[in-house]
Each structure stands twice: as structure tokens, then as C-alpha cells.
Write a new protein. Structure first.
Ligand code: FES
Length: 328
């Protein structure tokens, strides 16, 4: 096990895929342990780990097991047939019995103190919210969870959630009940209750807009479910053409091709540059910009703050000018 320079507190080690099981249609759960057994580093609900797959692809997944299960880390992976291949590789490779490099845990979506919690999940986005629901139950705090999916077969961890929360869990299969009534859920939650939402971008956009309109002071915590949305990440990274990057402190000038990220190119020269999710949502790779026009494509910097932003997430953001100067 080695310390992880990219994410303080995280570690990197090889873990054995001990078990795989289906937990919903097109969703497989992997249980990872040390080959010789023994306790893994502790984690808190909201944390994710990053797997390096046999092909070398790296993908981040929320931990969705029980924090009390100290010997295993559990993730659930939704098959994304249109993606760049990470989830497909997991679904189509016999991984049980193999070791994978695992980095983490890192938590960019932690539970903050509140009088109660409304947890809103879309599809596989329930994975970070399930351990939150367990934790809140253990702490005796009020919570409600709403999980939407296209149909019943895609309601990930539905049985576990209902067993855990009973009437506090609302399952919304879209083909029977339509979309979750987010406005009604938010209106029914007391203003002192924090809202956590994880799911596809349209759902998060809707939650954000509803909160801004109805109750801008409410604590809102969002995590776009990116781990299997490879096609989306591809779109984030690509397009906009080639540009030059000048690393002012290192005295380097590098070319970023249209199909590679700034981070990929920089890492070849500066292997210790911080990063984690590589999908624009964790903030680990935030880098000061000293000149040039960043084309922000992350979800860390609020769109309203982009025009004045002096930093950028180099894993997905690009450049709107021919040259970008970074303080690296
Ligand atoms: S590595 Fe996570 S935002 Fe760039």
C-alpha cells in the first residue's frame, strides 16, 4: 500500500475482487478485499474509490457497502453500452479472483450536520446515498429517500432500502409512476433538512433550479453520477481542437491534442500533479490559470462564477484561446 499524492489521506493498493452479484438490471456489485484479508482504511458515506481495470482504464465508483464492514469495499457498476468502455469491461470480464489497483477512499460528498435529510437518487446515483441512509438510521436522524428509475428492474438496491427505511423510502418506476415529484418532495422537507441528490444531470439541474427558486438558503449537496457516464466524459474532454499549454513554474510548453486532456499531457511531465476523478467533479486537479481563456467543463466551479474564475479543472476543461498558461 502506498500513500496517494493525488488525494491526501487516500491510499493505493491491489485488492482482490472477492465476489460479483447482480443488484439490478445491468448493475453488477463488486466486493473488494485484501487477498490475505484484514481491515481496509475506514471511509464515510459519500466516499468513492478509483479502480484501474485490466485494460488500464481508470474509473471512480461510490462506495455503497456498509461502513461497518471493515474488510471489504463494495461498488456497484451500471453497464453503459454507449460509454468509452469502463463499465462494459467490468461487466464483460471475469473479474472475480483477480486483483485490481484501487485508489481511495476520497470523499467529496460528505454528510454535513443537519436536523434531517432528503436524499434524491436517480438510477445508479443511489450508490452514495445508500450508506448515508444507513448512517442516518444508525444516528437516529430523520431522513427520506426517493429513488427514480426507468422501470422496477432498474431500481438499484430497492430491497435493501425498503428493508432499511420502510415508509421513508419512495420508489418511483418511471414506466408506472412517471418522474419523481421533486418539487413536492422539496416543499415537504423542512428548511432545516439538507438535500443530497445524485443522478443524471437533468435531474440535478431540476433539483438545483427548484431549490434556487423556492429556498435558496437550503443546504443542497449534489453529485452528478459520472462514474459510468463515459460518453459524457468523452464529450467533456474532446472537441475544441488542439492548443498549447505553458507551465510557467516548470518552464515547459506542451501541445494538448483535441482527443487528450490537459491533465493527461501534463502528467507525462509532472507525474505528481494532483488528480482524482478525472471527470470534472472532485476538484482535486484545480489549477491556477495565469493567462489564456479557460473553457470550463467541470461541475466544481458554478457556471455563474466561470467568467471570473482564476483556476480550472485540467482533467476536463479546455482552452478558448490558442495558448493557456498554468501555474505549474
Ligand atoms: S480530477 Fe477531479 S475535477 Fe479534475
Amino acid at each position: 500500500m502506498s500513500s496517494d499524492l493525488a488525494s491526501p489521506g487516500a491510499t493505493t493498493e491491489r485488492l482482490l475482487v472477492r465476489q460479483a452479484r447482480w443488484v439490478a438490471r445491468d448493475v453488477v456489485e463488486l466486493r473488494l478485499t485484501r487477498a490475505a484479508g484484514g481491515a481496509l482504511p475506514a471511509w464515510e458515506p459519500g466516499a468513492h474509490i478509483k479502480l484501474t481495470l485490466p485494460s488500464g482504464l481508470r474509473r471512480a465508483y461510490s462506495l455503497c457497502g456498509d461502513v461497518a464492514d471493515t474488510e471489504a469495499w463494495t461498488v456497484a457498476v451500471h453497464r453503459a453500452p454507449e460509454g468509452r468502455g469502463g463499465s462494459r469491461e467490468i461487466h464483460e470480464t471475469a473479474l472475480v479472483g483477480r486483483e485490481l489497483e484501487v485508489r481511495g477512499p476520497v470523499n467529496r460528498f460528505p454528510l454535513v450536520p443537519a436536523e434531517g435529510y432528503l436524499l434524491l437518487a436517480g438510477g445508479i446515483g443511489v450508490t452514495p446515498l445508500l450508506p448515508m441512509a444507513r448512517e442516518l438510521t444508525a444516528r437516529g436522524l430523520p431522513w427520506r429517500l426517493v429513488l427514480g428509475a426507468r422501470d422496477r428492474t432498474r431500481l438499484v438496491y430497492a430491497e435493501e432500502l425498503v428493508a432499511l427505511g420502510g415508509g421513508r423510502v419512495l420508489l418511483v418506476p418511471q414506466d408506472e409512476a412517471g418522474l419523481p415529484h421533486l418539487a413536492a418532495e422539496l416543499a415537504a422537507a423542512p428548511p432545516t433538512h439538507a438535500v443530497y441528490a445524485c443522478g443524471p444531470q437533468p435531474m440535478l439541474d431540476a433539483v438545483t433550479a427548484l431549490c434556487r427558486t423556492a429556498d435558496p438558503a437550503r443546504a443542497l449537496h449534489l453529485e452528478r453520477f459520472t462514474a459510468t457516464d463515459d460518453a459524457h466524459t468523452d464529450r467533456l474532454r474532446s472537441s475544441g481542437g488542439e492548443f498549447e499549454v505553458v507551465l510557467t513554474r516548470s518552464g515547459l510548453r506542451l501541445t494538448v491534442p483535441a482527443d487528450r486532456s490537459v491533465l493527461d499531457v501534463v502528467r507525462e511531465k509532472l507525474p505528481d500533479v494532483p488528480y482524482s476523478c478525472e471527470e470534472g467533479y472532485c476538484g482535486s486537479c484545480e489549477t491556477p490559470v495565469t493567462a489564456g481563456l479557460p473553457d470550463h467543463r467541470d461541475t466544481v466551479i458554478d457556471p455563474s462564477e466561470r467568467p471570473g474564475a482564476t483556476t480550472m479543472m485540467i482533467c476536463v476543461s479546455r482552452c478558448g484561446s490558442p495558448v493557456l498558461e498554468l501555474d505549474l
